[in-house]
Design a protein. Structure first.
Lengths: 253, 258
């Protein structure tokens, strides 16, 4: 009755099959576990970015001069050892590469997972521990990415900013640009929603990376979810405070 | 005194063969003892179907003691049904109420094709086990017991992983159809013990890469751990991930020597 579905080869010693020779990182990346490593490592890098981005933006509470000076400082990282903007561009290059790898791995793993269950359950699943965050990673990720595109158009290129419409977007006037953008309540609402999506993404991602990296130890296991919750909270509270502060007139009032 | 459950409605997946589309069929069980196991309830139904001249419902079962890993069944959307740390065969009707409606589906994964009705072919697990190969151990006269000392916590951790009965509930419960819990339990059980050290890194590389050919990938939902009748922790997945990373480096170095 049970048909032979896969050819049964002889039982052999381990790892006799010689795999296609590839550079080490590509070889690692070719497997699902390797891709999860890529997601975790790039995730850590991007987490570092969102944290420092939020901390840097707190400067707006000290006023226009402080925030604009901070933006200038970023351009002058390691200056005069390195030319102006060089270090910033290296960091940007790293971020773009990490975002690309993170998204590429996510897309290819999602496709793998879809093919792993071509016929879905025909009755309703009753999930026990999978939570909203873990089940919505793809959607919160897409939301954050779309927000990122908008965010760059808004505050880096000025295309969707009100000052952009006037035709005189001055990128160095960071404080004014932020205030004029977030003073529009639909924009502020979008910022808040996108940051909540980011928080949900981090709530699962910042825990999940420990498992993917193989960081599991009875000494700190119980702190892993607490870390993820705390990290997500700090980033979201910091980021969401900016549009609220602008609308309330605390910043730029 | 045993009680009886009345009016159980069963919605059971019927599929005549691997290439059939399949559909749900509804059956009524008017009365059943709450001491009956879930599989005994199906036996009871099957006997009736046979007496009525209908084809019995095909499902996997063997030891009915919760140790062989043959029984499966997605019961009301949960692998092995609503009771924690319990295989389907150890689930009893006392967990249900009179008038309940119970939906039964087979495991669903590309690597687990349906043979008939509720029975699936889980031989993809055998491919993973085979790729793990053997351990090197001295042969000849029977060695003395406890010849190799193993610290108690290590032996316990290895035993926890070795509890895996290979039922496939982890794959069935995983939203991604991943087999990381099964594979990692098998990896952890040998990799933790001194006897498993000689082939440790070869084994993890071969098993993880064989797993890749059949199954999805882990996104750390934790559904597998919740469904596992042996309550194997997803800690073993982290251990296998760490060993896989080390293996890729070590095996590469060793192969470079040849």
């Amino acid at each position: 009755m049970a048909q032979v579905l896969h050819g049964r080869g002889p039982v052999t010693a381990t790892a006799n099959k010689s795999r296609k020779k590839r550079p080490f990182l590509l070889d690692l990346y070719s497997t699902a576990v390797g891709k999860k490593y890529a997601m975790a490592i790039t995730g850590i890098g991007l987490m570092g970015f969102v944290l420092f981005h939020m901390i840097g933006n707190l400067k707006m509470y000290f006023g226009a001069a402080d925030l604009d000076h901070y933006a200038e400082f970023l351009k002058k990282l390691l200056y005069p050892l390195a030319p102006k903007g060089a270090v910033l561009w290296i960091l940007r290059g790293g971020l773009i590469a990490m975002a690309f790898i993170h998204i590429h791995a996510a897309v290819s793993l999602t496709r793998l997972n879809r093919t792993a269950r071509p016929v879905r359950y025909q009755s309703e699943r009753d999930y026990q521990v999978a939570n909203f965050a873990s089940r919505s990673m793809r959607w919160t990720g897409v939301t954050v990415f779309l927000f990122l595109v908008w965010h760059l158009l808004d505050l880096t290129f000025g295309v969707t900013n009100t000052v952009g419409a006037d035709g005189e977007f001055i990128r160095a006037n960071v404080y004014d640009n932020v205030v004029r953008s977030l003073d529009r309540w639909p924009v502020a609402a979008f910022y808040i929603l996108a940051n909540i999506a980011l928080g949900i993404h981090l709530f699962h991602g910042a825990w999940s990376l420990f498992q993917s990296m193989g960081w599991n130890n009875p000494r700190f296991n119980k702190w892993r979810q607490a870390f993820a919750t705390g990290f997500a909270t700090v980033v979201v509270v910091g980021n969401v405070s900016f549009p609220i502060a602008v609308l309330a007139g605390v910043v730029g009032g | 005194m045993s009680n009886h459950l009345k009016d159980i409605t069963l919605k059971i997946w019927r599929q005549s063969g691997p290439n059939d589309g399949g559909h749900f069929e509804t059956y009524k069980v008017d009365e059943i003892s709450d001491e009956a196991s879930f599989l005994e309830m199906l036996d009871y139904l099957n006997e009736r179907l046979i007496n009525e001249g209908n084809e019995a419902i095909v499902f996997d079962h063997d030891c009915r003691e919760g140790i062989c890993g043959t029984c499966s069944l997605m019961i009301n959307g949960q692998a092995h049904g609503p009771e924690r740390a319990t295989a389907t065969c150890q689930l009893h009707m006392r967990k249900f109420k009179s008038g309940d409606s119970i939906t039964i589906e087979p495991w669903r994964a590309k690597a687990f094709p349906i043979v008939k009705d509720l029975m699936v072919d889980r031989s993809a697990f055998d491919r993973i086990i085979e790729s793990g190969g053997f351990i090197t151990s001295p042969t000849g006269g029977a060695p003395d017991a406890n010849l190799i000392p193993i610290p108690k916590p290590v032996a316990d951790a290895a035993m926890d992983s070795a509890e895996c009965i290979g039922c496939g509930a982890c794959v069935a419960a995983c939203p991604n159809g991943a087999a990381n819990l099964f594979t990692s339990a098998k990896i952890a059980h040998l990799n933790l013990l001194p006897q498993g050290q000689a082939e440790r890194y070869k084994r993890v590389e071969a098993m993880v890469e064989t797993m890749d050919e059949y199954f999805g990938s882990c996104t750390n939902h934790g559904e597998c751990e919740a469904a596992c009748p042996k309550e194997i922790s997803i800690d073993v997945i982290a251990l296998a991930n760490a060993d896989y990373r080390k293996a890729k480096v070590k095996n590469r170095k060793q192969l470079a020597r040849n």
